[in-house]
Design a binder for this molecule. Structure first.
Ligand SMILES: N[C@@H](CCC(=O)N[C@@H](CS)C(=O)NCC(=O)O)C(=O)O
Length: 339
């Protein structure tokens, strides 16, 4: 079985490139390709800080390209905001992605090079590049190259290599637990919705949906007596989880057919989603209009008429009851980062 994608091949943009995806009808995500680390990053619990003078940890040297619709890019935008890394600049692609891939718009032009398409940023880094042109991208303005385009690694770099004026999302003492949570949430929930949405056989879809809702039920239970996934501190695991939960009812429920329940129908997951949304710095990173426009307009195979549904009528800013599960005091008031 194969499916078509648009990508760079030897630095040239190609549409409709066939990719093998296996016989089972299961969606398989391809690897990303720029995997450098900023000097001083700590990639894993117990690891020595990375020694890489090529990419020093100077905030004003770096830029992140994201799309507000993308859940992987969203983790990076949230980490930047919560950690208070104002020095790292950020810019947006337009939400829709058609045959030309991610585009910049007149209202949000590329601030560095005035590029029309994100693929120009990839070929500036490597004029022979073969691969998908994805967000997020961590760009080094001085070396004029992509440092890394893997969200989990960028999140970890922002958290460990740079001094921000906000909160530490990977606290000593819970690092292993946070990584175990991220490793559990990724296949079952973050990528679980995609496995359901892009399944191409009934069996693959059924299995993906069962696994997804088993995981959601489990996390709803876990959040009954703890404010955040790792206890009473907000961590990278919450950032990763929130990126999927905040998209769920508007997009994954309908577009990816994850419609057994909405997040607003879970007591704890819904209150938790509102709690995180209302954490200073987060709401500015959420753009429901970009989220809905992206998914419903960009995946022609799932939604050929590209109509954007108008519901559901839910409000992330409404009251929740989780305040009494207090966070550690130093985590309560990060300086929100405007972007
Ligand atoms: N592994 C990457 C995945 C990023 C990713 O798949 N981003 C999507 C948007 S949600 C994208 O840019 N897709 C473009 C494409 O596949 O051509 C990460 O987590 O950073």
């Amino acid at each position: 079985m194969s499916d078509a994608t648009n990508m760079l091949v030897d630095g040239e943009w190609r549409t409709g490139v066939r990719r093998d995806t296996g016989d089972s009808g299961e969606f398989e995500r391809t690897e990303t390709s720029f995997r450098n680390w900023i000097d001083g990053s700590v990639p894993e619990p117990g690891a020595e800080p990375v020694d890489n003078p090529e990419f020093p940890a100077e905030q004003d040297r770096y830029h992140v390209y994201i799309c507000r619709a993308c859940p992987w890019a969203h983790r990076v935008a949230m980490t930047r905001a919560l950690k208070g890394l104002d020095g790292i600049s950020l810019s947006l692609t337009r939400p829709e992605r058609y045959d030309e891939g991610w585009e910049f718009s007149d209202s949000e032009p590329d601030p560095l090079y005035g590029a029309d398409y994100l693929r120009e940023i990839y070929t500036k880094a490597d004029d022979d590049y073969t691969g998908r042109v994805t967000v997020p991208v961590l760009w080094d303005e001085e070396a004029e190259t992509i440092v890394n385009n893997e969200s989990e690694e960028i999140m970890r770099m922002l958290d460990t290599a740079f001094e921000g004026n906000g909160v530490d999302l990977w606290p000593e003492g819970s690092r292993r637990e946070v990584d175990d949570l991220i490793d559990d949430v990724y296949p079952r929930i973050n990528n679980g919705v995609y496995r359901a949405g892009f399944a191409s056989t009934q069996a693959a879809y059924d299995e993906a949906v069962d696994e997804l809702f088993d995981a959601l039920d489990e996390y709803d239970d876990l959040l009954a007596d703890r404010r955040y996934l790792a206890g009473d501190r907000l961590t990278e695991a919450d950032v990763a989880m929130f990126a999927t939960l905040v998209r769920f009812d508007h997009v994954y429920h309908t577009h990816f057919r994850c419609n057994r329940r909405g997040i607003h129908e879970y007591d704890n997951l819904w209150a938790y989603t509102k709690d995180l949304y209302q954490t200073p710095g987060i709401a500015d990173t959420v753009n429901v209009d970009h989220i809905t426009r992206h998914y419903y307009k960009s995946h022609e195979s799932l939604n050929p008429k590209r109509l954007v549904p108008t519901g559901p009528d839910i409000d992330f800013a409404e009251a929740h009851d989780r305040d009494e599960r207090r966070a550690a005091p130093e985590q309560l008031a990060p300086d929100a980062t405007a972007d």
